[in-house]
Design a protein around this ligand. Sequence first.
Ligand SMILES: [Zn+2]
Length: 476
Amino acid sequence: MEYEIVIGLEVHVQLNTLSKMFCGCSTKFGAEPNTQTCPVCLGLPGVLPVMNEEAIRLTVKTGLAFGCQVSNFCKFDRKNYYYPDLPKNYQISQYDKPLNAGGSVPIRIKGEKKVIKLTRIHLEEDAGKLVHNVCGGSGVDLNRTGLPLMEIVSEPDIQSPDEAYAYLTSLKQGLKYLGVSDCNMEEGSLRCDANISIRPKGVLQLGTKTEIKNLNSFANVKKSLEYEARRQEKALGDGGRIVQETRLWDAVNDKTVSMRSKEEAHDYRYFPEPDLVPVVLDDEYFRKVAGEIPEMPDVRYERFIAEYKLSEYDAGVMTSDRDLADFFEETSKQGVDPKKVANWIMGDFLKEINTAKVGICDVKVKSSDLASLIKLIDKGTISGKIAKDVFAEMFISGKQPEAVIREKGLIQISDEKAIEGVIEGVLKSNSKVVDDYRSGKKSAAGFIVGLVMKASKGKANPKLVNELLKKKLDEL
Ligand SMILES: [Zn+2]
């Protein structure tokens, strides 16, 4: 029997706010346990939550950017459950009136565009964190309790682990363009749970799903879904059935393990949060927030292909990050070939950034300096090879290319007389190679070019060297 895979993802994203969702505590990551808490987020009796307006604005911005129907009216609800990291015994979330409904996230798989529909994006508060000590015993850190989270729920629209990976990549890119979250998975600002079921091909009814938790990287999301699809297929193939349950991804042994049977919504006894008023937003507010949305990565990708004639691959790399895309555009607008700009960015620029482990904003090379460097190669002032050394120096010191070239005496030699002099010297001291050439070994010419370039410390204009050498050898 052939099966098809049905996947839905739930992504929790911590919003970029300075304070928590319902109190004034800091959201800064990495503080000593329980130092960023107050009676409100500790859930002490008699305290009252106060809504964080910035969290509402960022969620509206996200909803508008992903094409959701953003509600004029939303409210908060209590989701009741007990867990040691949840001191109130309930989480403030949104149940039947979420801020955003519908919407979609564009993905590209092997050059094909597809949209993954969203069910909703709602706002809620985070729970705390249990810390298990190596030497025994556990503690609870409530610094994270009450952090504002968006829960982004997709429709069961994703048909393979590869699509799940592409969805997460596209979603994260969009969220970072919007500046609503830093999406740092290692610090827990982006977390993902995956629902997966399989059904015989052609059957419309969904199979029984399992939920996978504990996924700390996009690569693990993909691996766990591949594993779980195989496990379910084998179970059904052997005449067994799938139990609706929550499973944990065991990254050490590369498999999912059963954790607990899956809760239903009615297990949580949702009811409206009596301490918060509903949120009523008007069209004027939506217009204002919509005005803050930048060009989204997918739109920019298509524009880069049309406007700068980039290949799909190059456009994908250039738009992968908003700052990188800005840098590419600023450089390309200064009268240089955009394809050359993209090559420099994908080559030396990203290589230096990765080695130095700095953000694009912190790079000292200005777009005008990269444009100047490319123009200097085009004009023949320096060779492409020398330009690489110049760029490395520009990256460290932030100096302009002209200054680096002047200081290091790197100007390309395009004086025919000077190059001829170097060629003659090389031919004189390498008579064996010249003999090889004359006896018909034409590849010897390439070797001699290398020797001339080396003798000129890489400064001879390679095009001229080739021309003049050919003339010289033919004369011999
Ligand atoms: Zn607090």
